[in-house]
Design a binder for this molecule. Structure first.
Ligand code: SF4
Length: 371
């Protein structure tokens, strides 16, 4: 049995993170997809072993929250049975692969990700957060998402290998993509990358075979709630949903599978697009412009509540809003127009060209005319 994750490590099911509301157990579905039975099994596991809340992460993974150390082994056993977690903890650590959620059966993304999973044992030991991105659909959709070793579609129509932090990559002959990914990961591990941690910060010159001047094709626009090529998409406010709501979503008789995305959207294959409790179906909903970490009491670092306050003021904020339980700003997804940061039980406000420090909750609400 493996142990608990240390701070700064990337948790997985075998190495859960200790959070304020119990253990946080991460699930990395293969190809980001759960069939109907797996999705219902995940919801049942969250209710049986956790507090019934499920996070959707920026790497298109799920996290079950509020798990006790006592039930954690039984939970992992259940997740292995559901084929959502590898029985081998080493394989689970290495299987850090983000794929385009818009993959279609037997396309390049599926082909490459499936081969990479099959050859996962060939990967070296990598830093906890180092991962792979397979974005091989007709148009890149993951250019804004982190991932150290990447296969992407180029404007020419071919595929390129690109290291995170480099603006261009090198053409890869069809069928050799996984060879190149493994070679790049090995080169990174053998040349000092383990000390640096992420490819984006690793300034060493790439080997000749990994250097190129081919840029990825222009990215697709942002995805919003509504129909997508692979199913209907709903927004997940703050990246968290209850297991009950998720189970209702996948219980639609027409639904066949659930796909995770890194954009706080869940896609349901076959489902009818309609309002669903807890989830966002309006592409203009202000909650889609909000980042808010779990805050107090879920996170021990937080001194303030975050998400209810964010719900209260979001309609009054123009642009992006970030409400953070502390100065670590874990939930940030980019530049925010308005930021509220918890400090010693009060909120520091910055935005709209001004700053106000140490505001109480009511003062924040009044500031936004939401009191
Ligand atoms: S930003 Fe602070 S309070 Fe929020 S989740 Fe991160 S550590 Fe916890």
């Amino acid at each position: 049995m493996s142990g608990f994750a240390i701070r700064g490590w990337c948790p997985d099911a075998w190495h859960p993170m200790v959070a304020g509301d119990g253990l946080l157990v991460r699930v990395r579905p293969r190809l980001g997809r759960l069939d109907r039975d797996q999705a219902l099994g995940l919801c049942d596991a969250a209710l049986t072993f956790g507090n019934g809340l499920i996070d959707l992460t920026s790497r298109a993974n799920f996290q079950l929250r509020g798990v006790s150390e006592v039930v954690w082994p039984a939970l992992v056993e259940r997740l292995v049975e559901l084929e959502l977690v590898e029985a081998d903890p080493v394989r689970e650590i290495k299987r850090n692969i983000l794929v385009s959620p818009l993959w279609q059966d037997a396309d390049d993304t599926v082909r490459i990700a499936t081969e990479l999973i099959a050859r996962i044992a060939e990967l070296p030991e990598l830093p906890g957060k180092a991962g792979f991105v397979i974005d091989a659909g007709p148009v890149p959709v993951l250019l804004g998402e982190a991932g150290d070793f990447r296969i992407e579609r180029a404007a020419s129509g071919g595929l390129i290998l690109r290291a995170q932090g480099r603006t261009s990559g090198v053409d890869v002959p069809p069928g050799t993509e996984v060879d190149r990914l493994i070679a790049m990961a090995r080169w990174f591990a053998e040349n000092g990358g383990l000390d640096v941690g992420r490819m984006s910060r690793f300034a060493a010159e790439l080997p000749d075979w990994a250097q190129g001047s081919v840029k990825p094709a222009p990215a697709a626009g942002a995805f919003r709630p509504g129909p997508t090529p692979t199913g209907a998409a709903w927004g997940v406010p703050f990246g968290q949903v209850s297991a009950l709501a998720l189970a209702r979503l996948i219980s639609d008789p027409a639904a066949t599978a659930l796909r995770a995305t890194p954009w706080r959207l869940l896609i349901v294959e076959g489902a009818t697009f309609a309002p669903v409790e807890e989830l966002v179906d309006d592409p203009q909903d202000p909650l889609l412009r909000v980042d808010a970490c779990p805050g107090a009491p879920s996170c021990p670092q937080a001194s303030v509540e975050t998400r209810e306050l964010a719900r209260g003021i979001a309609p009054q904020v123009t642009g992006r809003l970030h409400v953070s339980g502390c100065a670590k700003l874990c939930a940030a997804t980019g530049r925010a127009d308005v930021t509220l940061t918890g400090r010693e039980g009060r909120y520091d406000f910055s935005g709209e060209g001004r700053e106000r420090l140490a505001l109480g909750r009511d003062e924040v609400l009044a500031l936004f005319g939401a009191g």
